[in-house]
Design a protein around this ligand. Structure first.
Ligand code: DC
Length: 231
């Protein structure tokens, strides 16, 4: 399709943002970038190197020193998207609970955000991308032509996440998943650096009771409308 615009899809965790961003990117022939995976990759790096403990205390000095040496990239193998941390495929590891339960703490560190925002801007330089995250429409690409802010109820999101984790064979309790969703919302909304909030010019999409088809139809109509306006 014409016009290589930037599409920012922000919102709460487990709203299905990445599924919709991936779908739209493939329909539009755009590149998909999962900015949350970048925060997860830094969290995994911190965990592996003993920079974050079970109480979520972070050795920020060591982590900040290590940041310039980290590379994060994405590649596709068939339908599967891989997240590469210093060249290693960490896609599966970054989705585990030990990373999920610590990532908000890492994402609240200003130096981590600055480094990742710079990487994200470089990845999106030429347009033709769909990037999902929390601050894409507000901070990373305030000039994005299409901005969507996705929400759904905490219970609906916890249910989705719980099913996903069970399918992956993780031994988790629904109540713990719900508590994690609520805790992450709170940290994401109240952090000082780029808190989660809807950009004024973003379109709100509450998908609590929407089917996948209804959502895709809405996304495609919105994309067509927005990209037709661009010269
Ligand atoms: O979308 P996700 O659940 O994979 O995101 C993981 C964490 O990273 C989540 O706690 C919020 C944070 N994040 C962020 O602060 N800014 C982004 N652009 C993307 C994710």
């Amino acid at each position: 399709m014409k016009n290589n615009i930037i599409i920012a899809i922000d919102g709460y965790s487990s709203t299905g943002k990445s599924t919709m961003a991936k779908w739209l990117a493939s329909e539009a022939g755009y590149r998909y970038i999962d900015s949350g995976a970048m925060y997860r990759a830094v969290t995994l790096y911190a965990l592996r190197n003993g920079m974050i403990d079970t109480d979520k205390h972070v050795d920020t000095t060591r982590l900040i020193e290590a940041l310039p040496g980290l590379t994060i990239d994405f590649c596709r193998e068939g339908q599967r998207q891989q997240t590469l941390l210093n060249g290693e495929d960490v896609e599966e590891e970054i989705r585990k609970m030990e990373v999920s339960s610590r990532v908000s703490v890492i994402a609240a560190i200003p130096e981590v955000r600055h480094r990742l925002v710079a990487m994200q801007r470089a990845l999106g330089e030429e347009g033709g991308i769909v990037m999902d995250g929390r601050d894409i429409g507000t901070t990373v690409f305030p000039q994005a032509r299409m901005k969507v802010f996705v929400t759904s109820s905490a219970e609906v999101r916890a249910e989705r996440r719980y099913k996903e984790l069970l399918e992956k064979g993780e031994d988790v309790a629904y109540d713990d998943v719900l508590a994690n969703v609520i805790e992450r919302d709170h940290i994401d909304e109240t952090r000082e650096e780029s808190p989660l909030r809807k950009a004024d010019d973003a379109l709100l999409l509450d998908n609590s009771y929407m089917s996948r088809d209804e959502q895709n139809k809405w996304l495609m109509e919105t994309f067509r409308r927005v990209s037709e306006k661009v010269d």
